[in-house]
Design a protein around this ligand. Structure first.
Ligand SMILES: *Cc1c(COP(=O)(O)O)cnc(C)c1O
Length: 419
């Protein structure tokens, strides 16, 4: 459920009519709903109410906007970060170091040091090499890094190949067959308190079965590690829960997910970490855009050319992803359209042969479910500048990321005087 709905024929974000934001901030612009973020955070936490000891760490990469992070921090969420930049954002948003988990296959030496300096709650180690480096750096500082070992359970998450992370051929985690040996080696090092294991098999999961399979493999591993004398007190179950992008899609609910987690992990006797991203932020945001013009006369349906493009919302170009497109002031008429942006690439296509609200030049429209992996993936390709972001809260709103103009970007490009 979200708070983007028609009121008197005009699409609103909570109590703010979207035409007002288009008028005052300009388009394209991302619009987030605070009430929706809070609702999703609460529903997720409620789904896990039977898990006694836990940390819910929002996957910052899904939506790193500081105001969004602040909303989630207020809900008691920590942060799952995958770079030094995300780590600094989480801290800036008020997340305390002990609620920050550092994931990622390629943490640099500088990033490991940053995490140690800030005394973050947990490093998820993705290779023996990384574990040794972390141990050495921590020992030099007289510290003990709190860490889990990320396991690659080799399960097919049945999602898009580019966001599948738990198959043997993916770069993430330590293969299950090597996990016991790797754990034993890293656990013996000064500088690391290797206290458990982590898993994250992919994103936009439409089915609980692959997750349950992965958790089942973890259960066996945990028993083996304990039998070998290791104290396993923490397990990180990652994120990945999918969201509906279109009518008819019915991904598992947080309640169903929570029930499965409770059933599978009930006798583990550990502190659990969860790293949801998309399920919290996805349907809490839309990309508001304006139709530049409608181009007719080709072979197929007309091209509805909007002022948002693949540089603002990359998912359709990257993953062939579907985003519902709705008029902000629907007339009741429908059309079949190819919805495209202005960028000089055929990949800059949001929808082909789409049955949608009739749109004409000057109309406003939204791409829905754009709150996760939207603005964060934006670029300035075609020198279009960076798209701004707005957070709505009831009958007020604030610009929470300013539009970075093409001029501002150009001014950060010094041309050497020897040219
Ligand atoms: C991306 C990522 C997540 C979040 O995935 P969602 O599908 O957005 O929930 C969680 N953990 C790790 C390690 C990730 O890389």
């Amino acid at each position: 459920m979200d708070h983007f709905a028609l009121k008197d024929g005009v699409l609103h974000a909570e109590d703010i009519p979207l035409p007002r934001i288009a008028e005052e901030v300009g388009t394209p612009v991302y619009v987030y709903s605070r009430a929706t973020l809070e609702r999703h955070a609460k529903v997720f936490a409620d789904g896990l109410s039977s898990v006694p000891r836990k940390l819910i760490a929002f996957a910052v990469k899904a939506n790193p906007n500081l105001a969004v992070l602040k909303v989630l921090q207020n809900q008691g969420f920590g942060a799952d970060v995958v770079s030094g930049g995300e780590l600094m954002r989480a801290l800036a948003a008020g997340m305390t170091p002990d609620t920050i988990v550092f994931s990622g296959v390629g943490k640099t030496r500088e990033e490991l040091i940053l995490g140690l300096d800030r005394q973050i709650g947990q490093f998820n180690i993705e290779s023996r090499e990384e574990g040794r480096e972390l141990a050495e750096l921590a020992a030099q500082r007289g510290q003990q890094a709190q860490a889990c070992l990320r396991i690659n359970p080799d399960v097919d998450a049945k999602t898009h190949e580019k966001i599948s992370t738990g198959k043997a051929e993916n770069k993430f985690g330590i293969p299950l067959v090597h996990a016991r040996e790797a754990f034993a080696e890293l656990a013996s090092l000064d500088g690391i308190n290797l206290r458990g294991v982590a898993v994250h098999i992919g994103s936009q999961l439409g089915d609980l079965e692959p997750l349950e399979t992965a958790f089942g493999k973890l259960a066996t591993l945990i028993a083996d590690l304990r039998a070998a004398g290791h104290a396993i007190t923490h397990v990180d179950l990652g994120g990945g829960l999918g969201v509906p992008y279109k009518v008819g899609e019915n991904p598992p609910s947080p309640a169903e997910y929570g029930a499965m987690v409770a059933r599978v992990t009930g006798d583990w006797d550990v502190h659990l970490t969860f790293e949801p991203g998309r399920v919290i932020a996805g349907n809490a945001g839309v990309l508001l855009t304006k139709v530049i013009r409608v181009k007719r006369g080709g072979n197929g349906p007309p091209f509805v050319i909007v002022d948002a493009a693949m540089n603002d919302l990359a998912r359709p170009a990257l993953y062939g992803a579907w985003h519902d497109c709705d008029a902000v002031v629907p007339s009741g008429e429908r059309m079949t359209a190819n919805i495209v942006g202005p960028i000089c690439e055929t990949g800059d296509t949001f929808a082909r042969d789409r049955d949608c609200d009739a749109l004409q030049s000057g109309d406003l429209a939204v791409f829905r479910t754009a709150g996760a992996y939207g603005a964060t993936m934006a670029s300035s390709y075609n020198s279009r500048g960076f798209v701004p972001e707005v957070l709505v809260d009831g009958d007020r709103y604030a610009v929470v990321a300013e539009r970075l103009s093409a001029d501002a970007i150009m001014s950060a490009e010094p041309v050497p005087d020897w040219l």
